[in-house]
Design a protein around this ligand. Structure first.
Ligand SMILES: CCCCCCCC/C=C\CC(=O)SCCNC(=O)CCNC(=O)[C@H](O)C(C)(C)COP(=O)(O)OP(=O)(O)OC[C@H]1O[C@@H](n2cnc3c(N)ncnc32)[C@H](O)[C@@H]1OP(=O)(O)O
Length: 305
C-alpha cells in the first residue's frame, strides 16, 4: 500500500499494513482477518490506539483516539490514524467519519513533546513526515469529517480538528482550543497557518497565532474556530446530526467543492514537502528550541491538577 508521502511505518506494517489493525470494536484482540474494502466493516477496523466503531447502515464510522493519558500525537498514534483513515476511505461503505477522543477530558494534547525533544535528525524527519501525512490525509479526505471535540484541544489537537469539515465542541470552560505554539517557543508551519487563516480569517489568525491563544468554548464559537458548542453529553449526537446534514448533499458535488476550496492550500505543502521537513528538522535541532521545549515539558510534568 503506497501512502502519498512515503511515511515510514514499522516494518511489519510495511509488509502487512493491516496487521496493525486489530478488531477492537467487537471486544476481540486478534488481528483483523482481512484487508479488503466493503463487507463486514465491524470486523475490519480498529487498532491499539485508534478505536473505530463502524455503522455500515449509515455509512458513518466513529473513530476514537485512545492514547492515554492525553492522546499526544506519538509516531505510533499518527501512523495508526493514517492507516485507519485510509482504510475507511478505501471502503466504499463509508461516506463520513466522526473523530473524537476515548480519553476523558482531552481530545488531543497535540504533538507528543517527547518526540520533539532529545531525538536525532532521522527521527525528526520521520516524525514530521507522519505529521504532514496525517494532515494531508484528513485535509484532503473525500469523506465528510466531523470533529466531536470532547476535551482540551490545543496545538496539534486543534490541527486535526481544523482539517475536518465541521467542529462540535463540548461546553466545558476547561476545554480550550487553539494553536499555542508560540508559548512553547516554536512557530506554526505555513500550511497550518494557512488552515487557520482559511477558518477564522487573517486578522484573527495573526492575533491568535502570535499570542498563542487558547480559546474557551464561547470564544472559540465567536471567532469561528468551532461551528457548535453543546453540552458535553450531546457532543456525539450533535456531531451525528451535523454529519447527516453534510451527507444529505450528493457526494460528487460536495467532494468537488471541497477540493476546489482546499486544493491550493494543500498544493502549497505538496510542492515543498522536503523543504518543509528540512526546515522543521533544522529548527527543532537548535539548542535554543530544544531548551524551550524541555522547559515546557518539565513545567507540564510538575503542574498537577
Ligand atoms: C519551521 C518551524 C516548524 C515548527 C513546528 C512546530 C509544529 C507545530 C505544531 C504543533 C505543535 C504541538 O502540538 S506541540 C504540543 C503542544 N501541546 C500543549 O501545549 C498541550 C500540553 N498539555 C496540556 O496542556 C495538558 O496536558 C492538557 C490540557 C492537554 C491535559 O491536562 P491534564 O491536567 O488532564 O493532564 P496533565 O497536564 O497532567 O498531563 C498528563 C501527562 O501527559 C503529559 N503531556 C501532556 N501533554 C503532552 C504532550 N503534548 N506531549 C507529551 N506529553 C504530554 C504531561 O506531561 C503529563 O505527564 P506525567 O504524568 O508524566 O507528568
Amino acid at each position: 500500500m503506497a501512502l502519498a508521502s512515503g511515511v515510514r511505518f514499522p516494518a511489519r506494517a510495511l509488509l502487512r499494513p493491516w496487521s496493525l489493525l486489530r478488531d477492537t470494536t467487537l471486544g476481540r484482540s486478534e488481528p483483523a482477518a482481512g484487508g479488503g474494502g466493503g463487507g463486514d466493516g465491524a470486523r475490519l477496523f480498529g487498532s491499539q490506539r485508534v478505536l473505530v466503531e463502524p455503522d455500515a447502515a449509515s455509512g458513518v464510522a466513529v473513530m476514537k483516539f485512545r492514547n492515554p493519558p492525553v492522546n499526544s500525537l506519538s509516531l505510533e498514534l499518527l501512523t495508526e490514524l493514517v492507516i485507519s483513515l485510509e482504510k475507511v476511505e478505501n471502503d466504499k461503505t463509508f461516506r463520513g467519519v466522526i473523530l473524537t477522543s476515548a480519553c476523558p477530558r482531552v481530545f488531543s494534547a497535540g504533538l507528543d513533546l517527547t518526540e520533539l525533544c532529545g531525538r536525532n535528525p532521522a527521527h525528526y524527519t520521520e516524525y514530521w513526515k507522519a505529521v504532514q501525512e496525517l494532515w494531508l490525509r484528513t485535509y484532503l479526505s473525500s469523506l465528510v469529517l466531523v470533529a466531536a471535540i470532547n476535551g482540551a484541544c490545543p496545538a496539534g489537537g486543534c490541527i486535526i480538528a481544523l482539517a475536518c469539515d465541521c467542529r462540535v465542541l463540548a461546553d466545558n470552560p476547561k476545554y480550550h482550543i487553539g494553536l499555542n505554539e508560540t508559548l512553547l517557543g516554536i512557530t506554526t508551519p505555513f500550511w497550518l497557518k494557512d488552515t487557520y487563516v482559511n477558518t477564522i480569517g487573517h486578522r484573527a489568525s495573526e492575533q491568535a497565532l502570535q499570542l498563542g491563544s487558547l480559546f474557551p468554548p464561547s470564544e472559540a464559537l465567536q471567532v469561528g474556530l468551532v461551528d457548535q458548542v453543546v453540552p458535553e453529553d450531546q457532543v456525539l449526537s450533535t456531531a451525528l446530526s451535523e454529519m447527516a446534514r453534510w451527507l444529505a448533499v450528493p457526494d460528487h458535488a460536495r467532494q468537488l467543492t471541497k477540493t476546489m476550496m482546499r486544493k491550493a492550500t494543500a498544493d502549497r505543502l505538496l510542492r515543498q514537502r522536503d523543504a518543509d521537513i528540512q526546515n522543521f528538522v533544522s529548527f527543532i535541532c537548535r539548542d535554543s528550541i530544544q531548551k524551550s521545549l524541555q522547559v515546557y515539558l518539565e513545567k507540564l510534568r510538575q503542574r498537577k491538577g
